[in-house]
Design a protein around this ligand. Structure first.
Ligand SMILES: *Cc1c(COP(=O)(O)O)cnc(C)c1O
Length: 472
């Protein structure tokens, strides 16, 4: 293929994706609405795409940019001068490393425990799973959806010296509320236990929210913070920060191996060879927008979020699940319509809202992440949403066939073989007659069925779906 052919083909492929800009994709992507910032990010990404962060002495440019970003975050998060940090590839990697650092700080604890609210991001489940740490989930307050300090204290008492890390969110992804960081920090510091604040999505927002409750290193006892630059710093994907209050907290994050005949491997992150592109892109966008720029973008996004939440509460049959503490809103519906149908209808009108399955007896909801670029279109969003609610009410909520529900509830996914999964995927509407996987145009019937499936079955079905999707 000629270069022109290749680009034409890439453009053709891209055309089927969700739009990353325009402010109507309300999950997965974050849009500042500032074309010059995007262009700068793309140029820096291309300039540094071939550099390798494996060895910061070989590419000192990367070391400089990493230290610059960490220093800025240290100031924003009110870290002491000795606070240190690392640029990682994303929130999941920041969290993996925080859990690894905590685990390895206690080599004598043979059965380490991580205590977190049920609303914590599943990156902590993944870290616990990968690292052989036991995760203990504590129920949140049923009214505020915030972590419950008394219940957290009880869990800490039960697990005692096995607890190597406590974690909470600022804010939580599913409900958009900030956990009571001060109360939990008091509990963890009284036990001399590490406390990680997951500010992956709030870290580049909350520093500019005037009425935000304390959530960062100003709170004594907060030992590490994760903050994604590829979310509200509006950088291209592949970049997050992990900060530690003190260098001693970071030492066990690192890994070195001299036990082979090649170079001595020395890594601060999970990745070894890593592109300098995302780091350079984040550095470029952050320099360009600057703290004043973020202050304005946050003001815009927060104003948009509050207008959106107020507007949703005015729509009959809808409600906001919890008053938003930052830029995320969870939307609930009453029995007249269902959120899966609503999400499908919204997508048909060009708006992506993200369905969230029911959890521990609670109903399904819809997630919305408001970017600066979305704020101006909030009235339009509300107008479309209102229309979709009427249509969804007219269509009526999806009813999952009782026998199908019974099947879903009775299956033990551990006992299923590949052929059975093929059958179940067809039954769920995720595969066609010949077993070929399809992303159906209307997801609502599939989502409604997945919603009644026990979580373990839902996980197994979606893994089987992904497996078939990637068999080529
Ligand atoms: C996005 C997010 C993560 C995970 O980050 P990735 O960048 O998707 O790996 C963790 N915690 C919260 C609260 C998030 O919003």
């Amino acid at each position: 293929m000629t270069p022109d052919d290749v680009i034409a083909r890439l453009e053709q492929l891209r055309a089927r994706d969700l739009p990353t800009h325009g402010g109507r994709t309300l999950a997965y992507v974050y849009d500042s609405g500032i074309a010059e910032a995007d262009e700068l990010g793309r140029r820096a990404l291309a300039m540094f795409g071939a550099t390798n962060g494996l060895d910061p002495t070989a590419f000192p440019s990367l070391l400089t940019m990493e230290n610059d970003l960490v220093a800025l975050a240290r100031d924003l998060f009110h870290g002491a001068p000795e606070a240190v940090g690392t640029v990682t590839s994303g929130g999941t990697e920041s969290i993996l490393l925080a859990v690894k650092a905590a685990r390895d700080a206690h080599p004598h604890v043979t059965d380490p425990v991580l205590v977190a609210p049920t609303t914590i991001h599943p990156a902590f489940d993944k870290a616990a799973h990968y690292l052989g740490v036991h995760i203990v989930k504590v129920d949140v307050d049923p009214h505020t959806y915030r972590a419950d300090p008394a219940a957290t204290e009880a869990a800490l008492d039960v697990h005692g010296d096995r607890v190597v890390l406590v974690a909470a969110s600022a804010p939580s992804y599913a409900h958009g509320v900030v956990d009571p960081i001060g109360d939990i920090a008091a509990l963890s510091s009284a036990r001399d236990t590490r406390f990680h604040v997951d500010a992956c999505i709030g870290g580049w927002v909350l520093p500019w929210v005037e009425d935000a409750a304390p959530w960062d290193f100003t709170v004594p006892g907060v030992t590490s913070i994760s903050a994604d630059l590829h979310k509200y710093a509006y950088s291209p994907k592949g970049v997050s920060l992990l900060l530690h209050a003190h260098p001693s907290g970071r030492r066990t994050q690192f890994f070195a191996s001299a036990d082979w005949p090649g170079y001595t491997m020395l890594n601060s992150t999970v990745q070894s060879t890593k592109s300098g592109g995302p780091l350079a892109a984040a550095w470029a966008v952050v320099q360009y927008l600057g703290t004043d720029g973020y202050s304005r973008l946050v003001a815009t996004a927060i104003e948009g979020t509050r207008a959106l939440a107020a507007g949703v509460d005015d729509i009959e049959h809808l409600h906001v699940v919890a008053p938003p503490d930052s830029t995320l809103v969870a939307i609930g519906a009453d029995d007249a319509c269902d959120v899966f149908t609503l999400s499908d209808l919204m997508l048909e009108h060009g708006w992506l809202v993200q369905p969230q399955m029911g959890f521990r007896g609670g109903p399904a909801t819809m997630h919305v992440s408001v970017s600066a670029a979305t704020a101006a279109s909030v009235p339009e969003f509300l107008r479309v949403l209102r229309g979709c609610v009427s249509d969804a009410v007219a269509a009526g909520p999806i009813v999952v066939d009782a026998s199908l529900r019974a099947v879903a509830e009775s299956i033990d996914p551990a006992t299923l073989d590949d052929t059975t999964f093929d059958g179940l995927l067809q039954l769920a509407g995720l595969a066609g007659e010949g077993g070929e996987v399809t992303a159906p145009a209307r997801m609502a019937p599939v989502n409604a069925l997945l919603d009644v499936a026990p979580p373990a079955l839902r996980e197994a079905l979606l893994i089987a779906f992904l497996d078939r999707l990637t068999r080529g």
